[in-house]
Ligand binder design. Structure first.
Ligand SMILES: NC(=O)c1ccc[n+]([C@@H]2O[C@H](COP(=O)([O-])OP(=O)(O)OC[C@H]3O[C@@H](n4cnc5c(N)ncnc54)[C@H](OP(=O)(O)O)[C@@H]3O)[C@@H](O)[C@H]2O)c1
Length: 280
């Protein structure tokens, strides 16, 4: 089994390109799922305050008998906590729930440009505090559109290490990815298999049959070859393993192009739109 590549973030830290996502995993089942993923070999867990399962993530890591330093942990600020004092309290809560004194990466989950007087800049400056104190080894954003990123560039000091956005074969999100590439911000692709919606696609199935892999593996491999970071979610042990086995084959340029061509633009978006998603 080939190793998971580590990608360089813009601040000298590194991140495993493949992780394990825990969105929609029941808090009571999270520790088991995380321990299973770590047993398979994952060393990167993506959680969030809003998933309400940070405690299970910490428990799963301890249950697996791994040292804290062996696992890259990402969490995200709740949409309910953008005001600086709320963000400070929420971040304390994240560290307490995970039972750790730092996270590897902490993100603003959504920009919420129509809430909090449109002020995600103060929120970002609060994350800069966590970063400078070493309590977040890296900081980044999620669901930020290009104008949001431009505003951070103009008004703040630290360039986000990543932007975690919806990306899968039906929604390439290319404009936001391109801005990241130009500015040293790595793209993290959420819902990398579109929660299963791309797995019956005839183009993907045909490629999968030819290369002797599953549609999920082909799709995840496509992301990896585009340079994005992914963390597929599953609570099914066989799929947790399947999604990890994507480093022993390569897609040809022609296959990559065929999957790129499945992009439906905005029509392919499955989640909320970052310009309009609001709190509460
Ligand atoms: N920042 C954000 O706003 C945001 C939004 C959404 C997601 N995320 C992050 O991205 C992660 C992944 O996204 P996601 O959970 O939305 O969706 P996903 O990883 O694209 O898909 C997960 C779904 O696909 C199924 N599945 C997983 N592997 C499979 C396989 N090999 N074959 C067939 N089905 C498979 C899972 O079912 P079973 O579990 O039943 O196996 C689950 O229903 C999340 O966990 C979270 O960490 C972030």
């Amino acid at each position: 089994m080939a190793d998971v590549p580590n990608l360089n973030l813009n601040n000298g830290q590194t991140i495993p390109q493949l992780g394990f996502g825990v969105f929609q995993i029941d808090p009571a089942e999270t520790a088991d799922a995380v321990a299973k993923a770590l047993d398979v070999g994952y060393r990167h867990i993506d959680t969030a305050e809003m998933y309400q399962n940070e405690k299970g993530v910490g428990e799963g890591i301890r249950a697996a008998g791994l040292d804290r330093s062996e696992v890259f942990i990402t969490s995200k600020l709740s949409n309910a906590a953008h005001r600086p004092d709320d963000a400070r309290a929420a971040f304390d809560g994240t560290l307490a729930a995970l039972d750790t004194d730092y996270v590897d990466l902490f993100l603003i989950h959504w920009p919420l440009p129509t809430s909090y007087d449109g002020d995600f800049v103060s929120t970002w400056k609060t994350l800069e505090e966590f970063y400078r104190a070493g309590r977040a080894r890296s900081i980044g954003v999620s669901n930020f559109q290009v104008p949001h990123l431009r505003r951070l560039a103009a008004e703040t000091d630290v360039v986000p290490a990543v932007n975690q956005i919806e990306v899968h074969p039906y929604f390439g999100n290319e404009e936001v990815r391109a801005y990241g590439q130009e500015h040293g911000i790595l793209t993290e692709a959420w819902s990398p298999i579109a929660q299963g919606a791309v797995l019956d696609d005839p183009t993907i199935s045909t490629i999968a049959e030819r290369v002797g892999k599953t549609p999920a593996q082909v799709t995840l491999r496509w992301h990896v070859q585009r340079g994005d970071i992914i963390f597929p979610k599953s609570t099914t042990p066989s799929r947790i393993k399947e999604n990890f086995e994507i480093f022993d084959f390569t897609l040809e340029d022609e296959d990559m192009a065929m999957i790129n061509a499945l992009d439906k633009g905005e029509e392919g978006r499955t989640g909320g739109h970052p310009d309009t998603l609001a709190f509460p």
